[in-house]
Design a binder for this molecule. Sequence first.
Ligand SMILES: [Zn+2]
Length: 52
Amino acid sequence: MTGCNELKKGDVITCEDCGLELTVTKACDCSTGEGSCSAEGFSCCGDEMKKK
Ligand SMILES: [Zn+2]
């Protein structure tokens, strides 16, 4: 599960199904367990997006 707290500027997360890629242009200061994004991760096509 890739939460926003794990993503740093320049990281890329991708959807293995459709090929969508997202690049982090600004990191956040969320810590583990805070915020819905760290609990749910990022999803596309019904699946978790993976860090490249
Ligand atoms: Zn997708």
